[in-house]
Ligand binder design. Structure first.
Ligand SMILES: [Mg+2]
Length: 286
C-alpha cells in the first residue's frame, strides 16, 4: 500500500483504500449505479436542477439572497443524488411553501425538470445513434473495458438508478452496453413508483442467498453507498469528475467516504487493478 497525504492507495494507482475490506466470498455479483458511474449522458443534471430550484425559490417572499440559496440547493442536490427525482421536487415544493410562496404539485416540477433534461439527453442520444458521438465520450473512462472484464470472469452485473427505468434501458442500449445487464436493470417505473436502491440491494441478496459482504456496489452517489454499507456490502465510490473526465471530485469523495465507501476510484482507467484487488484470494479471509 502506498501512503500519500494520509491517504492509502494500491501501489502505483489512484485507487484509494479507505477501509480495507474485501468481498467475503468469490466475487460474483456487482451492482452499478448508472448516471455518473457508467453513463455521462445526463452529465450536468445536477446544475440544471439547482438552477430550476433557484428560479422558483428566488421569487418567494422570504427568499434568502442568491448566494445563500445557491449554496443550500447545491448541498441538497448533492446529498440527495441517487434518490428518485420526485423526492427532490417534493422537497422543492416544501421549500417554496416554507418561504411564503405558493407551490405547484411536485409532479409539475418534476415534469418541467425532466423536459429540460430530456432535450439535452436526446441530443446526446441522437449523437450516439448517428455515430457522431462515441460511447467512450459519454461514459466514465474505462467503464466499458471494466464491464467487459467482469463478464469474462463470469461476474453478474446489475444496474440500479434513480432515473426512470425506461430511460435507463434506452440509454444503456445507445451506449452499446445492454448485453452487460440484460434484464437486470432497476429504476422507478410508472407502475411501481416507490422504487428504492435499498430494496434492490435487499432483493439481490435474497434472490441469490448472499451475505451482504458478497456484494460489491459501485456508485458515485451517497445514497447507494449508505444502503450498501447498511447491508454490509463492499462499496466502491466513484468520485468522478464528470466535466473534465479525469481526476477526483473532492466533494464527491468526501461524501462517499462519509456514506461508508470502502474504496474510492476516480474512474475505471485502473479497472484491472481494482478487479484484482476485489477478487484476490487472501489468507485469513473471512
Ligand atoms: Mg450516480
Amino acid at each position: 500500500m502506498n501512503h500519500q497525504n494520509g491517504r492509502h492507495y494500491l501501489p502505483n494507482t489512484l485507487i484509494e483504500i479507505v477501509n480495507p475490506c474485501r468481498p467475503c466470498a468469490r466475487l460474483r455479483h456487482v451492482l452499478f449505479d448508472f448516471d455518473g458511474t457508467v453513463s455521462l449522458i445526463r452529465e450536468g443534471w445536477q446544475q440544471m436542477m439547482i438552477e430550476l430550484m433557484l428560479e422558483f425559490l428566488l421569487v418567494t417572499p422570504k427568499a434568502e439572497d442568491e448566494a445563500t440559496l445557491r449554496r443550500r440547493m447545491t448541498d441538497l442536490v448533492v446529498h440527495s443524488t441517487g434518490r428518485p427525482t420526485i423526492d427532490q421536487m417534493t422537497y422543492l415544493a416544501n421549500e417554496i411553501v416554507r418561504r411564503g410562496g405558493s407551490a405547484q404539485d411536485a409532479q409539475a416540477y418534476k415534469a418541467l425538470f425532466l423536459g429540460r433534461l430530456l432535450a439535452r439527453v436526446n441530443q446526446r442520444l441522437a449523437g450516439l445513434r448517428s455515430g457522431r458521438l462515441e460511447p467512450a465520450e459519454l461514459t466514465v473512462p474505462g467503464v466499458i473495458e471494466f464491464l467487459a472484464a467482469l463478464q469474462v470472469q463470469g461476474i453478474t452485473c446489475y444496474l440500479a438508478s434513480g432515473t426512470e427505468r425506461e430511460a435507463v434501458v434506452n440509454e444503456i442500449a445507445a451506449l452499446g452496453l445492454a448485453h452487460c445487464f440484460e434484464d437486470r436493470i432497476y429504476g422507478p417505473q410508472e407502475s411501481a413508483p416507490a422504487f428504492s436502491k435499498k430494496a434492490v440491494i435487499g432483493q439481490i441478496l435474497c434472490d441469490y442467498s448472499l451475505r451482504g459482504c458478497e456484494l460489491v456496489s459501485i456508485g458515485d452517489g451517497k445514497v447507494e453507498m449508505e444502503y450498501t454499507a447498511e447491508a454490509g456490502g463492499i462499496g466502491v465510490g466513484v468520485a468522478s469528475n464528470e466535466v473534465e473526465r479525469q481526476g477526483i471530485n473532492e466533494l464527491k469523495r468526501e461524501q462517499l467516504i462519509q456514506a461508508g465507501a470502502n474504496i474510492i476510484v476516480p474512474d475505471f482507467r485502473e479497472g484491472e487493478a481494482l478487479l484484482s484487488y476485489l477478487t484476490e484470494e487472501e489468507t485469513g479471509r473471512r
